[in-house]
Design a protein around this ligand. Structure first.
Ligand SMILES: C[S@@+](CC[C@H](N)C(=O)[O-])C[C@H]1O[C@@H](n2cnc3c(N)ncnc32)[C@H](O)[C@@H]1O
Length: 180
């Protein structure tokens, strides 16, 4: 997955990255390892997942790479101030409750404010909006385009068709860029 994100939006070793909804650092661990110290910002609504991810990473890597990890509610302003080059949010959008979706997009756009910076979102789309499981919503591609404006969709990469509870859904990686 980390490789797919890099293919969508290549970055240098010193680029700053934000992992929005980082969970237990499944993808984050790759970026923490590959990026320069202090360049990775992992934020989530849950600190429990992050604590588990830190355990998996180990103290040595944490000391060497100094990832900044914390809750969205407390870290958002600091991450926005850092001016990241790339934000990615994998397997998060489909789990965000519709009532929380406006905040999800607003926060991402707040972080991806520099001209040329990008947000890569791994999303589940469907022809029509559908709740396909208890914590699983799919929206049409147009909903993502609309919600991410003024950022523009510059790339989409269809990954696979998945079927959940009889619903045919698309797993798709979307890249939105902040243009001048
Ligand atoms: C399936 S996990 C994916 C974690 C990680 N991105 C990955 O790919 O392994 C979903 C994550 O989304 C987070 N999450 C749920 N609602 C959220 C919200 N409104 N804003 C940001 N993150 C949220 C959860 O805490 C959880 O860590």
């Amino acid at each position: 997955m980390a490789m797919e994100i890099r293919q969508q939006f290549p970055i240098s070793e010193t680029a700053k990255v934000c992992d929005y909804g980082c969970g237990s650092l499944r993808i984050g661990a790759h970026f923490i390892t590959s990026q320069a110290p202090g360049s990775y910002f992992g934020i989530d609504v849950s600190e429990d997942f992050i604590a588990y991810g830190k355990e998996l990473l180990g103290e040595q890597l944490l000391l060497a790479k100094r990832p900044r990890l914390g809750k969205i509610s407390t870290e958002l302003d600091e991450v926005a101030a850092a001016g990241v080059d790339l934000l990615f949010s994998t397997d998060v959008a489909s789990h965000v409750h519709p009532d929380e979706k406006p905040e999800y997009f607003d926060n991402i756009k707040k972080i991806v404010h520099r001209t040329g910076s990008a947000a890569v979102i791994l999303a589940i789309t469907a022809e029509r909006t559908v709740r396909y499981q208890r914590s699983g919503w799919a929206w049409p591609l147009g909903y993502y385009e609309e919600s991410m404006r003024p950022l523009s969709l510059t790339k989409d990469r269809f990954r696979k068709t998945i079927v959940r509870n009889g619903y045919k859904l698309n797993s798709i990686m979307l890249t939105f860029q902040r243009e001048a």
